[in-house]
Structure formats: structure tokens, C-alpha cells
Ligand binder design. Structure first.
Ligand code: LMR
Length: 397
């Protein structure tokens, strides 16, 4: 019956995690998948999450179905984190938000919805982007194109080329943007560059789809939301997929959301209805547990403040690891061009050169980075950063 099913070659990120797990070398270093590890190399359990979870356990009730769009307290909490609690779009109920199965679920819900109502549009993602972006949109039936993004010469953004490309797209083109902590490169736009993008998007009537999975891990919780707030402030209709996997250390709970910023409340209600219909035909309604932990943390002022402090501590540790890796490489090899490590933001660092070292790092040192050249900085800690710096210098020779 299923003879015609081809063998799935596996996902490059998950496959590498498996290879690393099977590597018997005790000194191996996993810099592959985007997980936040603490300085002891553990995926942490956040204190704010622990307290919220305990409180919820004490109130334990039968677990009935959630509404199709998810829990109301979670949906409002999502909007407040993304846009700020006092944003007029939040206060005036112009945003339709559905709780989703992680950030990937939000992307899939958004792409299925767009495919139904904008069947003639094409999608544009950055070159490069997280592999699953193109996979999800093409899975919904879209043609996926690339806009220029990463500049191999500077390890930053080719902003002029990016802007020129966006400025000639047909109206209603769907443009996938990374508001912060670009995956895989860590190369982000400045606020002034975002302002330019907002102008182009507005003038060309493009449909921005902002995927934000690392809010708070780049420059700060509000700073990282600059692009989505600037688009909303400019009166642009946009989609935002977000994930709490990394920032709550709740990966397996699959806590995400899709928010669609509309022109008024009436439109937001219609859009939410279509989101609900799309969810109903797919998985019916989202799960309860993880979303309620997130909602409890975000809607309890003391826990919200504690959580923001915990995310800030992650952000600072990432910065420290970037600096230490850069400094240790330069100490060993003063001519190494590696300032990009400290100039990029979020969990990932990337350079085209690193791709050429991926296999040697893995085979000779048990250091796992993606074959694309993406390094997950959060796998570094004070116990392994020296070894990683030495290995990098050795493979460069
Ligand atoms: C990553 O990019 O490593 C993470 O977002 C995990 C994933 O699902 O790929």
C-alpha cells in the first residue's frame, strides 16, 4: 500500500541532535539545536514557572477541552508581551490571537489561512532562514522565494539589497520577517532599518509575517519587539507567530500563538473566527497545561517580574559567552576576524566560513554545529568555551 512513500531523510537539526546524543565522547559539546542551557550545561527549570506550576497543581481540576482559539487569559498575555499592555491595538481589541502548538503551529495556522484567502500571493523568506519556514509555507501550497539578507563579507545584513528586493514585490506578497535574533544568523536589523522596512511594506501593501521565537534574548523584551510594534503603529495589517519555548524553557509544552493585527475590532472578530475554523479542521483546540503555566506567570505581577528577570539573566549570559568566545579566539589567533560573534544577537551565531569547519569540529573534537555554519551560543559555558575556541582555531589552520 505505501510502497510509494519515499524515505524521509530526516530534519538536519533533529538528526544532528541524535548524532550528538550517540557520541560517546564525554567532552562533546552540543551547539546544534536552539535550546537555552545554563552555565552548568543544563536546560533550566525557571523559578517563575516552578511557582506557577505548583499553584496550578493545587487547583487541579478535570481537563476539559479548551476553546478552539485557546484560553482567553493566555491570548491576552501574549498580546501584552508582544505589543505592550497599553498598546492601542491591544486596548481596542484590534488583534486576533489564537494559542497554537508552538511557534511552528502558529506559522502553519497562518500559512494555511493566508493560502486560503490570498491564493495568488507568493512568500518571501530571508536568505538564509530557519529551514522550516520554507517547508511550512510550501507545505501550505505557496511558492517560496528568498530575499537577500545575510552578507558573507560582513556577517551582518545586506540591508540595501534586502530593501531593494522588498520594494519591487507585487502587492499582497507575504514577507516572513525575523523581528529579533535572526535564525540562523543572529544578524538583526537596527531600529532605523526597521523603520525603512515599515515604509516599504506600507507603500507596497505587502503582508508582513513576523516570526518571533526569542523575544528578550536579543537586546531586551521591549527592544526585541520594535519591528512588530512599529508595523502596528504604522497601521499595517500583520501576522505575528510567537513561541515561549526558549523564554519559558517549556519546549515540550509547545506554547505558541498566532496574532493577526487588524484594522478594527469587527475585522479582528472575523479573522479570529477564520482562525478558529482552521484550527478546528486541523487539531480542534490547543492543549491546556503549558499555556496555563505561561498565562499564570504573565498575569501575576510578581511572577511576571521574576520571569522578566530570568529572561534577562539568560540574555546577559549569552552576551558573556559571545564575548568570551571571541576573546579566547583572538587571544590564540590575533588576526582572526571574529567580531561578528559579539555583533550578532540571540542564541545563534553564523558565518559562511563556519560551515566549512562543521564536519571537522564534529569528527575531531565532538563539537556539534549545524552544517550550515550555525552555532548555538547557549551551548557554551565557562567549562567548555576555552576548548571550543581552541578547536575553532585549530580547524582554521
Ligand atoms: C532551532 O532552530 O534549533 C530551534 O528553533 C528548534 C527547531 O525546531 O528547529
Amino acid at each position: 500500500m505505501f510502497e510509494h512513500f519515499p524515505r524521509y531523510p530526516g530534519d538536519p537539526i533533529f538528526s544532528l541532535v541524535d548524532r550528538c546524543r550517540q557520541d560517546p565522547r564525554p567532552e562533546k559539546v552540543n551547539l546544534s539545536i536552539g535550546l537555552y542551557y545554563d552555565d552548568a550545561g543544563r536546560v533550566p527549570k525557571l523559578e517563575s514557572v516552578r511557582i506557577a506550576e505548583e499553584a496550578l497543581q493545587g487547583e487541579s481540576q478535570a481537563c476539559i477541552y479548551q476553546p478552539m482559539a485557546g484560553a482567553a487569559n493566555y491570548r491576552l498575555a501574549v498580546q501584552e508581551v508582544l505589543f505592550g499592555a497599553s498598546h492601542p491595538k491591544v486596548l481596542n481589541k484590534h488583534i486576533a490571537t489564537a494559542q497554537t502548538i508552538g511557534g511552528s503551529g502558529a506559522l502553519k495556522l497562518g500559512s494555511d489561512l493566508l493560502r486560503q484567502y490570498f491564493p495568488d500571493s507568493q512568500v518571501w523568506v530571508s536568505d538564509p532562514s530557519w529551514d522550516n519556514h520554507a517547508a511550512i509555507f510550501s507545505g501550505s501550497g505557496f511558492t517560496v522565494n528568498r530575499y537577500p539578507y545575510f552578507d558573507a563579507a560582513t556577517s551582518g545584513v545586506k540591508f540595501d539589497e534586502m530593501a531593494a528586493c522588498l520594494a519591487q514585490l507585487p502587492p499582497k506578497s507575504i514577507v516572513l520577517l525575523h523581528p529579533c535574533c535572526h535564525n540562523p544568523t543572529g544578524a538583526d536589523l537596527s531600529p532605523a532599518q526597521w523603520d525603512e522596512v515599515v515604509k516599504i511594506v506600507k507603500a507596497r501593501e505587502l503582508i508582513p509575517f513576523c516570526d518571533i521565537a526569542y523575544q528578550g534574548l536579543g537586546q531586551g523584551m521591549d527592544e526585541d519587539a520594535y519591528a512588530i510594534r512599529a508595523l502596528a503603529d504604522a497601521g499595517v495589517s500583520l501576522l505575528v507567530s510567537n513561541s515561549f519555548s526558549k523564554t519559558f524553557s517549556l519546549y515540550g509544552e509547545r506554547c505558541g500563538a498566532l496574532s493577526i493585527v487588524c484594522k478594527d475590532q469587527e475585522e479582528a472578530e472575523r479573522v479570529l473566527g477564520q482562525m478558529e475554523f482552521t484550527v478546528r479542521r486541523s487539531y480542534s483546540s490547543p492543549p491546556t497545561h503549558g499555556g496555563q503555566i505561561v498565562a499564570r506567570v504573565l498575569s501575576t505581577p510578581e511572577l511576571n517580574a521574576m520571569w522578566r528577570g530570568e529572561v534577562e539573566a539568560m540574555r546577559v549570559r549569552i552576551q558573556q559567552m559571545r564575548q568570551q568566545l571571541r576573546d579566547k579566539i583572538v587571544a590564540l589567533r590575533p588576526d582572526a576576524q571574529c567580531d561578528f560573534i559579539v555583533n550578532q544577537h540571540g542564541m545563534f551565531s553564523y558565518s559562511s566560513l563556519l560551515a566549512t569547519y562543521a564536519q571537522a569540529l564534529r569528527d575531531r573534537f565532538g563539537i556539534y554545529i549545524l552544517d550550515s555554519g550555525r552555532v548555538c551560543i547557549t551551548g557554551l559555558n565557562t567549562g567548555n568555551v576555552e576548548r571550543v575556541a581552541k578547536a575553532l582555531v585549530e580547524v582554521m589552520e
